[in-house]
Design a protein around this ligand. Structure first.
Ligand code: BGC
Length: 753
């Protein structure tokens, strides 16, 4: 007997000693125990309620218009939370609420959840805070992700994440449906501006920085100024063949792993707590129905431990739109068994009812329900919701404070990308008479895009009155008497082009602000990437006056402008620069800020030539077939000049597990302070899968005073030399590589010892 007991006692003792010497592990154990205890006291109805997410629209007093304050209907709220045990609510209902109104809404919801239900489980409220707390009035609204990517400033991206987390949490909301980690390789797609552009490494780096900004360096999402992120939309959503939102992508697994998976992998490694699923399909398989994507790849391979949420109505869509499920009930079973933990139903209780039936009929095992609910409860515990589910009003004081506005202005400025500057037309002198014209000159909504105050972001009347459009910011900077304004056209219709032409004759320079109207998701689908003809006509007509023309592009995707590029002396790409976009554009135009943005996308010249920068050699081998965009990926001018010299590598040959250190000197050879993005590209010269001509592997943004020289170093490892091989697994092959920075090149070889 004694003999048998000894090993057991020893095992207990060892685990006890291990746990007290490892506090993090012991915390995890404690949390797991709490979750198990709670799960074991829950009824199946309570569990399924936790997996159900509904939209606030079905909980409010009927008839509210977008401009109204949303008010909760207590009967509907109780029906959701008490009767259906709903565990999560999302969305805004009408339009952005003032901070105190959000706090009131969340308090009411948590009161019902924690005082009127049997187990007092708090609600996890989720929101699309895509470029700031976009559904809280007067929040700090940054450039959209495509503009943030143009900054190539990882630190700024992290700060964006921190400030957004602060303002979302101040609103009483602890869960943010961002970052978008879809890689933007289809320029027609209406959500391109929600991405960090076409390169997986850039997207992975910025996405990971955002995750840390939102969740904290240690992912302590219980901190009172942090939130849980929701990376989305896993996987392959951004590459619809037709360019239309929520239509099929055809992506071979090798390509999926090479170009679309890395940002998700990086965010998972950065500790991201939740994930939203691609609304659409890859190769005929809706991702919501795929055990391979949602369990084998996501959990077994990438090691994701958080919970997954469906996108809007997408379990229903398996039946209604995608037609892989013959009934709603089949759709629910399919999605839950594939690995969806929470359903964004979002406008009824069908998911709850159908899943309940499925469990009762033994069609979905309760073990799968326990797994999903356990994951959801874990995030709720980690957010600190069980200790205090209420908004922390002490956060009010720094909400949208001056310091946050400054960071936002810096982000907007750094996002602006100077694409053309003939004869140093820019910066403009402040005593010049300027014409400001074009459809994007005088609307704040166009500077912000979707996910601003409302879903479509197009309610100009609801925008803050203390922010400046481009026109207003220019007037403020150089005085109203120096500015003539003629709208010329709307985005797609003429207003009065001759009036704009007449005005141009009396101006020293014409600033023509063109681009896109505000849109989000499917309403942003287009049939032609070319900028609407009326805007091209406006520019062409003004150019006939011989007054220098400066174009400001305000757009979420690269609309084709080939026929007006030569007519312009200067071109600024502003993307969707957010609430400080007006002053940022004016500061760049008049030289109070030296532009430092670089394109995170290839800007195409022709609508049918959408070749990306990391194309294959066969796409660039003679004059009939070449990478010939209007402006290449990584491109952006400055008001100063930078010289690169002394590219050095520390070894000519490396072996597995060895590092390669690369250094280069960058000098500001002009007479203005400026920032340069040092970009390191690598070419694998020969490989068993056709290599790309080059791939971005590292970058660093450096500030240089006039005449200043800095040495920048990068370290590459074996993973950087790898690619996804013919068997869909990462591989490194011996051979020659070339490293390129700022026009300089060095070769090295890799071999196995
Ligand atoms: C979008 C998601 C968003 C969700 C909730 C969906 O239509 O695709 O990106 O998070 O709505 O608003």
């Amino acid at each position: 007997m004694k003999r048998k007991l000894w090993p057991i006692l020893m095992t207990y003792l060892m685990s006890f000693l291990f746990l007290i010497s490892n506090p993090a592990r012991s915390e995890t154990k404690k949390l797991d125990r709490k979750i198990d205890d709670l799960l074991s006291s829950m009824t199946i109805e309570e569990k399924i309620g936790q997996m159900t997410q509904i939209s606030i629209e079905i909980l409010t007093i009927d008839g509210a218009k977008p401009e109204d304050r949303v008010e909760l209907d207590m009967q509907k709220l109780r029906q959701a939370v008490v009767k259906y045990n709903v565990g999560s609510i999302l969305n805004v209902g009408t339009s952005a609420h003032p901070l105190d109104h959000w706090q009131k809404i969340i308090t009411t919801i948590q009161d019902v959840a924690t005082k009127e239900t049997r187990l007092k489980i708090p609600i996890i409220y989720g929101i699309d805070a895509i470029h700031g707390a976009s559904y809280t009035k007067d929040a700090t609204l940054f450039p959209q992700n495509i503009g943030m990517a143009a900054t190539w400033n990882t630190e700024l991206m992290k700060k964006n994440g921190e400030i957004t987390a602060y303002e979302v949490r101040a609103s009483g909301i602890l869960w943010n449906f961002n970052p978008v980690l879809d890689v933007g390789r289809q320029p027609l797609w209406s959500r391109l501006w929600e991405t960090f552009g076409e390169d997986p490494y850039l997207a992975a780096t910025l996405g990971a920085a955002y995750v840390k900004g939102q969740e904290g360096d240690e992912n302590n999402i219980g901190a009172n100024d942090k939130v849980a992120v929701c990376m989305k939309h896993y996987l392959g959503y951004s590459f619809p063949l037709t360019g239309k939102d929520r239509t099929p992508a055809w992506i071979p697994e090798r390509m999926l792993r090479e170009y679309f998976l890395p940002p998700f992998q990086a965010a998972i490694e950065s500790g991201a707590h939740t994930l939203m699923v691609n609304s659409s399909e890859i190769n005929g398989v809706p991702v919501h129905s795929s055990y391979f994507y949602l369990t084998e790849l996501l959990r077994n391979e990438l090691g994701f431990k958080g919970f997954t949420v469906s996108d809007w109505s997408d379990i229903k869509n398996l039946h209604e739109r995608e037609r892989v499920a013959a009934s709603q009930k089949d759709a629910v079973k399919m999605a839950v068994m594939a690995g969806i933990d929470m359903s964004m139903v979002p406008l009824d209780y069908s998911f709850y009812e159908l899943l309940l039936e499925l469990v009762k009929d033994g069609k979905v095992p309760e073990s799968r329900i326990n797994e999903a609910v356990g994951r959801i409860l874990k995030v709720k515990f980690k957010l600190g919701l069980f200790e205090n589910p209420y908004p922390d009003k002490s956060l009010n004081n720094r909400f949208a404070c001056q310091e946050f506005q400054q960071v936002n202005l810096q982000a907007a400025q750094e996002s602006i990308t100077l694409l053309k500057n003939n004869n140093q037309t820019l910066p403009l002198a402040k005593n010049k008479k300027v014409l400001v014209t074009g459809p994007t000159a005088n609307l704040l909504s166009y500077l912000n895009g979707g996910w601003t105050i409302t879903w479509q972001g197009d309610r100009e009347d609801l925008y803050p009155k203390n922010k400046f459009t481009i026109l207003q910011a220019i007037q403020k900077k150089i005085g109203e008497s120096n500015v003539i304004y003629e709208p010329g056209t709307s985005v797609d219709e003429e207003i009065d082009i001759p009036a704009a032409v007449e005005a141009a004759k009396n101006a020293d320079v014409a600033i023509v602000c063109i681009g896109e109207k505000t849109y989000c998701e499917t309403p942003g689908n287009i049939l032609d990437l070319t900028l609407p003809a009326v805007q091209l006509n406006l520019v062409s007509a003004i150019a006939t006056t011989k007054t220098p023309v400066v174009l400001v592009l305000v757009e979420g995707r690269p609309r084709i402008i080939r026929e007006i590029v030569d007519k312009a002396d200067g071109i600024l790409m502003a993307f969707l620069p957010g609430m400080e976009g007006g002053p940022a554009v004016a500061n760049v135009l008049f030289g109070d800020c030296n532009p430092s943005g670089k394109l995170p996308i290839t800007y195409p010249r022709y609508p049918n030539d959408l070749t990306l920068y990391d194309h294959k050699y066969s796409e660039n081998y003679n004059l009939d077939c070449r990478y010939n965009p209007q402006f290449p990926f990584g491109f952006g001018l400055s008001y100063t000049s930078f010289d690169y010299s002394n590219l050095k590598i520390d070894k000519k040959e490396i072996h597995q597990d060895e590092l390669l250190t690369i250094s280069v000197q960058v000098k500001n050879s002009g007479d203005r302070a400026g920032k340069e993005v040092v970009q390191l590209y690598l070419s694998d010269l020969y490989a068993s899968v056709t290599p790309s001509v080059k791939r971005l592997k590292r970058f660093e943004k450096v500030a240089l005073k006039p005449g200043e020289l800095k040495t920048i170093s990068f370290v590459l490892n074996q993973k950087d030399l790898s690619f996804i091989g013919r068997d869909n697994k990462p591989v490194v092959e011996p051979g020659e590589f070339e490293v390129m920075i700022g026009g300089l090149k060095e070769k090295f070889t890799f071999s196995f010892k």
